[in-house]
Design a protein around this ligand. Structure first.
Ligand SMILES: [Zn+2]
Length: 229
């Protein structure tokens, strides 16, 4: 058989196979692994990063009110705690033990939702529960998920930022939060309830601010998050 005579046979055979597998795929008989991988590769489905739950005990410390919250923002912080042992687990443990008291806020404790370091993410509060990490009684506490990036010495800042970006991308997708609502702690004005004193905007997370404000470094972080969406 010559090449010119065999070509139509091959073409017909390939066409029949394509039709056959298309029918199987569309009917749901087969699931395309490559399609799933392909969608993840173009970033439509951010995968949930591994999260260790170490919640503050219900009814205790910063959870004695357990106020419900609709998460509309994600607020990014850094701990400014440079002790070698101050990793994500240590912060989660301190929150769960009631070790982070705060005299000036209405809860009497500092609380936030996630602590992140180079190797892990710990969750201290359900994301539908209000924390005390941003702006006393302002919208940063009433409607935002608080994420603390650890700065313990020896911890990789680069990996911590990467893990935080993964967490933020997943939370955005899960709770329908736009990138415009991913903000640094610096975004929120802090009015202290006791004396109504305006404490201004905190330079936090300091290593993602430029001259104390969101600039090129913050923009690069947002782009890092968007690359995972
Ligand atoms: Zn902060």
């Amino acid at each position: 058989m010559t090449f010119t005579r065999i070509t139509p046979v091959i073409t017909a055979g390939v066409t029949m196979l394509v039709v056959f597998f298309s029918i199987l795929y569309l009917s749901g008989t087969i699931k395309s692994q490559s399609l799933t991988i392909g969608m993840a590769a173009i970033g439509r489905i951010p995968t949930a990063p591994p999260i260790e739950k170490f919640l503050i005990p219900e009814g205790k410390f910063g959870r004695h009110r357990m106020a419900r919250m609709e998460p509309k923002y994600i607020t990014i912080h850094s701990t400014q705690n440079y002790s070698a042992t101050a990793d994500a687990y240590a912060h989660a443990r301190a929150l769960a033990n009631g070790a982070l008291k705060s005299r000036s806020n209405s809860l009497g404790y500092l609380t936030w939702h996630f602590s992140v370091d180079e190797k892990s993410i710990y969750q201290s509060l359900p994301v539908i529960e209000r924390g005390e990490h941003a702006d006393y009684n302002g919208p940063g506490n009433r409607n935002s998920i608080g994420i603390e990036m650890c700065e313990n010495s020896g911890n990789s800042r680069e990996l911590t930022i990467e893990r935080t970006a993964e967490l933020a991308a997943w939370l955005m997708t899960r709770y329908n939060i736009p990138i415009s609502n991913v903000v640094p702690h610096q975004h929120w004005k802090r009015i202290r309830p006791g004396d109504q004193r305006n404490l201004g905007h905190k330079n936090c997370p300091h290593f993602l601010m430029d001259n104390g404000k969101p600039g090129p470094k913050w923009q690069a972080f947002l782009e890092q998050i968007e690359s995972k969406l």
